[in-house]
Design a protein around this ligand. Structure first.
Ligand code: F6P
Length: 340
């Protein structure tokens, strides 16, 4: 405790004390991730002052234009986390293949998967972006990681979290015992526990979806959104509000704070893509956090964390947030199936 405040470092050490046989590896890894997030937060906040806005000149494997800050953030995550001996490998939205810890570095027992800068289309317009991460156990501790090692269902996550680079820099983490939120005190240089035990309200009157895709939606999502929009005089008997930030980390934080539902559902826009967002470094970490906060995360037909991944950059339909709303959307999907 510092002036009655709990720092992230203290929080991690206290947590470690409750785990019999803990070696400190996991605590060390979380500290390195937090350091990387501080470095990225600093770069994001300087933006144009140090020439960091704009495109990097390439595309990632998703065919998305890479921003300079995407590339820098990816590099910061790799360099901060490869040296300490906690990891066997890493994988990132910004790298086609896995990144095995190799060469002079000691290999450890964890795998780190991340999206170094989620929502990066928002960078140039100064809207909140963030870093998402997920920690898995390596099936071959101490050995260089292989692609198959990463293809674990979300239920196997040891820890997940995201940093939010907005008006404040925040770090939200879970290691399976609830969700805790920390705010970066820039003067002190430490994340301080400001949001202990975050819980998502079970009911909500707020939904988030990219409505420009409406013509591609499937019937259950169309039905749900139509009913929300019908408001007080419709079947739901209450008015709803809509939000779309186009930055999933920011939407996740809003939902953790005051409830809501987020949907990037399966649609018919591109038959080759079963969804827009990626399972391993977007849907699974968010799903773990949301479930730990009392919410639900689903594809519409199945619990997200139960999906067995088949590819590193696999896309999935993603629906998460307040429990009663996600259950309703899942019911609409099931009803369509039984009617067919
Ligand atoms: O790449 C992920 C992401 O930027 C999310 O953070 C966000 O929710 C989504 O894509 C935005 O998609 P769209 O451009 O279709 O609104």
């Amino acid at each position: 405790m510092q002036d009655g405040r709990t720092t992230l470092t203290q929080f991690i050490i206290e947590e470690q004390r409750h785990v019999a046989g803990a070696t400190g590896d996991f605590s060390g890894l979380l500290n390195d991730i937090a350091t990387a997030c501080k470095v990225i937060a600093n770069a994001v906040s300087k933006g144009a002052l140090i020439g960091l806005l704009g495109n990097a000149g390439g595309e990632n494997i998703q065919g998305e234009v890479q921003k300079k800050l995407d590339v820098i953030s990816n590099d910061v995550m790799i360099r901060s986390n490869e040296w300490a001996g906690h990891l066997a490998g890493m994988a990132s939205e910004e790298m086609d293949d896995i990144y095995p810890v190799a060469g002079e570095h000691v290999r450890g027992k964890y795998l780190l998967v991340f999206d170094p800068l989620d929502g990066s289309s928002n960078i140039d317009i100064n809207i909140t972006v963030g870093t998402i991460f997920s920690i898995l156990r390596s099936p071959n501790p101490g050995a260089q990681a292989k692609l198959d090692d990463f293809l674990q269902p979300g239920t196997e996550q040891v820890c997940a979290g995201f940093a939010l680079y907005g008006p404040s820099t925040l770090l939200i983490i879970t290691s399976g015992h609830g969700v805790n939120g920390f705010t970066l005190d820039r003067e002190v240089g430490e994340f301080i526990l400001t949001h202990p035990g975050m819980r998502i309200p079970e009911d909500t009157q707020e939904f988030a979806i990219n409505a420009s895709n409406e013509r591609f939606w499937e019937q259950p999502v169309k039905r749900y959104v139509d009913e929300c929009r019908a408001g007080k005089t419709g079947p739901r008997g209450k008015d709803f509000n809509m939000r779309w930030i186009a930055s999933m980390v920011a939407e996740t934080y809003r939902i953790l704070t005051r409830g809501g539902v987020f949907m990037y559902p399966k649609d018919t826009k591109d038959a080759a893509k079963p969804g827009r967002l990626r399972l391993l470094y977007e849907a699974n970490p968010v799903g773990f956090i949301v479930e730990q906060a009392g919410g639900l995360c689903s594809t519409g037909l199945a619990r997200m964390l139960d999906i067995r991944p088949t590819a590193l950059h696999q896309r999935v339909p993603l629906i998460f947030g307040s429990k009663n709303e996600v259950e309703r959307i899942e019911r609409y999907h099931r009803e369509l199936l039984t009617a067919a």
